[in-house]
Design a protein around this ligand. Structure first.
Ligand code: NAG
Ligand code: NAG
Length: 835
């Protein structure tokens, strides 16, 4: 007998009471009003398919499926993205971030290719949308059946979901004709609610077969079940359903809820029939066809044999009738939207014609660019809830004077975040340093969308200027995080990649409007950022670039937080110069990551990359120095754009200091390379040198001038097969380094796409394009590296169905988390040469 363990208490029961209490005081965020076309989305990237609104207590929905071929198959139901499901590749094939999302899921174990398509109409209203779920049998020589359950829940207690048969809610001509009784409907099912959330209006939902689909119910293919045939013939083709009233904070656990219900149906059958004469499994694995009063959770289920297709329509009450779809118009709209998508992609991600065309079973270069771009855009999720912060803990090496203090993790008030996520299976939440890379890609597709995400992150910066590097907001997010990574510390940083987003934005502005800076206040009468009132209907996906007034308003609105954040970095991550008799031309420019342990500098993002073997307060970290250089450069740009001259001069001074000090403090003449610095037992400063990603930072961050005497040796090392060059991209650590491939081997050899992107970007934008002694060498390295990297990521994508977290430094094989649709997707930018 099977047992389904339903753990509605969550793994942190003690926290839950606090979370519920905390969510009563929802913080209101300045300027947080989202553009309407972003209200609905596939904002639950952690499940294979789930829709919700980007607001705190929302309507949410999701898809659960399993093959109903044996009584306990409900235990193998698919729902949350998991490597354990052994899916042979899943990901968005079209996703525009606003109104279209098409995904393929190759579930070989269940013998089905699923296609989930979502489309939103009524873009400027509160949104109507539709879903098509299509199943195609992968191997027709093997019998195949699939049971699909679609659940919907209301997180806010402002209304409940009810089944309905009211005809008057529906526009004329819709194919699904509600019958007289809920139990008799074969052609469609209907549910409705008075409100979708405290801000979103009511809705009805229609469930129906796709016109023309030859859906067949899951039938027993053996005579063993003949004795039960009469009993089930009638119910078999029907929609089964379940309506429950659940605690709101558990609605996201749709799978456990339906598993529990289906399991009780199976249990009841065991009792009724005895194990000897059990009916066909698919006839038993059904929802219980019951509805509790005031349900806030509603699930509908169908079980099919062979190919199938069904549609779900979400009709917002106030949506203009013309925006409501039916099965036929949904098909037409999908085809048209895919075409429009491809056209926009050709414009934004042109694939160079001179290139060797990538080919494989998945398609060509164009497919690659389209799918990787769709996947990063489709990795965007919306999260809301408390996180855990420890404001009193300090690490041993962090503070010279500090007394060791006890851990004291506390729940924060709830906050919200719209963020792209690195991996839907392994890391479905916000990661600070990944995000700058994500946004580089997303902004090439839809600049405005990337700014919304940037703004969402900047809103999280606290009054000290700090933001946690991992954002684990709410219970659903928390359920996917190992306990040791839950607590965040306000002295810990992470590479400030969001500065890259700001720089990219201002560069785009500058390119569009020559000589426009500073953006003058009198370009518009509205200069107070609090007064900013955007007229949604006027704005297009690039209006923040087209329109200088909007640009100024946006920059003004983010500038105070950005400055606070910048100053927080400079203050809390300061490194020591004169304390250890180091000589450097700039007095203050030196940096050290806090939060280091003996074997890791998790805060640097390069986790186990080798550093000084004994942590020391006098350490100086080269990578942080370079990140701070890029941050200062971004600040110069914002201040220039806004005409903040005094601030601009301050940032410029920092930047210049970093450019000189990176050589003064980090260049080692004997090794001919850039290194970390530390302090030995005699209190003398010395260099810690490990060839790898760390040592190329002064190049990747473009801090070195093109005629820098240090440039040649970096380029030589990059291109050296015995060091970091491979036919698949740059390795994180030199093959010659004693730590190469050792320990957990995370950043000790494997190839990472984002660091290759930074290297390529620096080569393309600066060292290969501006005249200098190394220009030709840089150009050669650029061309070869780009080809190596793109071809390998493509080859592995084609072979495995996935983009991977990293690639093996000697075979090029994808390894660790997959799909890794965050920064690995940037291979598409590299192919399109967008830097
Ligand atoms: C662009 O961003 C602004 C500010 O958030 C927003 O008001 C506007 O509606 C957006 N437009 C689009 C099409 O994204
Ligand atoms: C199922 O769909 C696939 C793809 O459209 C098609 O090739 C196949 O013939 C279909 N199978 C049946 C039994 O209709």
């Amino acid at each position: 007998m099977m047992v389904v363990r339903i753990n509605l208490g969550g793994s942190f029961p003690l926290l839950i009471a606090g979370i519920i209490a905390a969510s009563i005081s929802v913080i209101t965020l300045a300027n947080a009003k989202l553009d309407k076309s972003l209200i609905w989305g596939t904002y639950r990237p952690q499940v294979y398919f789930g829709i919700r609104a980007a607001e705190p207590e929302s309507f949410l929905s999701g898809l659960v499926w399993f093959s109903p071929n044996k009584p306990d198959s409900i235990l193998e139901a698919r729902h949350e993205c998991s490597e354990a499901d052994k899916i042979d590749g899943y990901g968005w094939t079209y996703h525009d971030g606003r109104s279209l999302a098409v995904q393929e899921i190759k579930d070989t174990e269940n013998n089905y290719l699923l296609e989930t398509s979502w489309i939103k109409t009524d873009l400027q209203g509160t949104g109507s949308w539709a879903v098509r779920i299509q199943g195609t049998v992968l191997d027709p020589s093997i019998p195949a059946s699939l049971s699909a359950i679609y659940y919907s829940g209301l997180e806010s207690d402002s209304s409940s979901i009810e089944p309905t048969f009211e005809q008057e809610n529906y526009v004329d001509g819709l194919p699904s004709k509600p019958d007289s009784s809920f139990d008799d409907i074969d052609s469609g099912r209907f549910i409705k609610a008075e409100k979708a959330s405290s801000t979103l209006p009511g809705f009805s939902m229609r469930f129906s077969d796709t016109p023309g689909a030859k859906n067949k119910p899951a039938n027993p293919d053996s005579i063993d079940y003949l004795e039960h045939e009469e009993e089930f013939q009638e119910t078999r083709p029907k929609w089964h359903y379940l309506g429950l009233k659940l605690p709101q904070q558990h609605l996201w656990r749709g799978k456990e809820v339906v598993q529990s219900d289906v399991t009780s149906s199976v249990k009841a059958a065991y009792e009724a029939y005895g194990s000897k004469s059990m009916p066909f499994a698919a006839d038993l694995l059904t929802l219980s066809d019951s509805v509790q009063p005031m349900s806030n959770f509603f699930a509908l289920q169908r079980s099919f044999s062979g190919n199938f297709s069904f549609d779900i329509f979400y009709d917002a009450q106030d949506a203009p009738k013309a925006t409501l779809l039916d099965g036929n118009s949904l098909g037409v709209a999908l085809t048209a939207s895919k075409q429009a998508y491809s056209q926009h992609l050709e414009l934004t991600f042109p694939v160079p014609e001179t290139d060797k065309v990538l080919k494989g079973k998945k398609g060509t270069s164009k497919t690659f660019v389209r799918e990787l771009t769709s996947q990063i855009v489709g990795s965007i999720g919306y999260y809301f809830g408390s996180s855990i912060v420890d404001r009193s803990f300090t690490h041993d090496y962090d503070d010279i004077a500090a007394e060791p203090r006890e851990a004291n993790p506390q729940l924060t008030p709830p906050a919200e975040l719209l963020t792209a996520t690195p991996s839907r299976s392994k890391f479905p939440r916000g990661f600070y340093w990944d995000e700058g890379f994500h946004l580089a890609h997303i902004s090439a597709w839809d600049p405005n969308l990337s700014l919304e995400v940037l703004r969402s992150w900047l809103n999280l910066i606290d009054e000290d200027g700090w933001v946690a590097r991992e954002q684990v907001l709410g219970e659903e997010a928390r359920s996917r995080v190992p306990p040791e990574f839950l607590t965040q510390y306000p002295t810990y940083a992470n590479p400030p990649t969001l500065a890259m987003t700001v720089t990219d934005y201002i560069d785009r502005l500058a390119e569009k409007h020559q000589n426009i800076f500073p953006l003058e206040a009198d370009m518009d009468t509205m200069t107070d950022p609090d007064q900013v009132n955007f007229d949604d209907s006027q704005i297009t996906s690039s209006s923040y670039i087209e329109d200088p007034i909007l640009a100024r308003q946006f920059l003004m609105s983010i500038y105070p937080k950005l400055r606070q954040h910048y100053l927080w970095f400079r203050q809390t991550q300061r490194g020591q110069i004169k304390e250890w008799d180091r000589s450097a031309r700039a007095r203050n420019e030196a940096f050290r990551w806090r939060g280091r342990t003996r074997d890791h500098v998790l805060t640097s993002g390069l986790d186990d990359y080798p550093r000084a073997s004994n942590p020391h307060v006098g350490e100086l970290h080269l990578d942080l120095m370079c990140w701070m250089g890029s941050f200062a450069e971004a600040m110069v740009k914002v201040a220039t754009a806004l005409g903040e001259e005094d601030d601009m001069e301050e940032y410029e001074k920092h930047y210049k200091g970093i450019v000189t000090n990176v050589v003064d403090l980090h260049w080692n003449e004997e090794e001919k390379m850039f290194c970390d610095a530390s302090v030995n037992e005699q209190d003398e400063s010395f260099h810690v040198c490990h060839r790898g990603y760390l040592s190329i930072f002064p190049l990747t961050s473009q801090l070195l001038p093109v005629d820098s005497p240090q440039l040649g040796s970096i380029l030589d090392m990059m291109h050296d097969k015995d060091h970091i060059w491979s036919s698949f991209g740059l390795r994180s650590l030199s093959k010659q380094d004693p730590n190469y491939g050792k320990g957990e081997d995370y950043w000790r050899g494997p190839i990472w796409v984002p660091m290759n992107y930074l290297a390529l970007r620096a080569l393309k934008k600066k060292y290969a394009s501006q005249p200098g002694p190394y220009q030709a060498q840089a150009a050669k390295i650029y061309a070869e590296l780009r080809e190596n990297l793109v071809e390998n990521v493509w080859k592995e994508y084609d072979r495995t169905g996935y983009t991977w977290e990293q690639y093996h430094p000697e075979t090029g094989f994808g390894q660790r988390s997959h799909p890794f649709t965050g920064w690995t997707s940037m291979a598409a930018m590299i192919l399109a040469e967008l830097y």
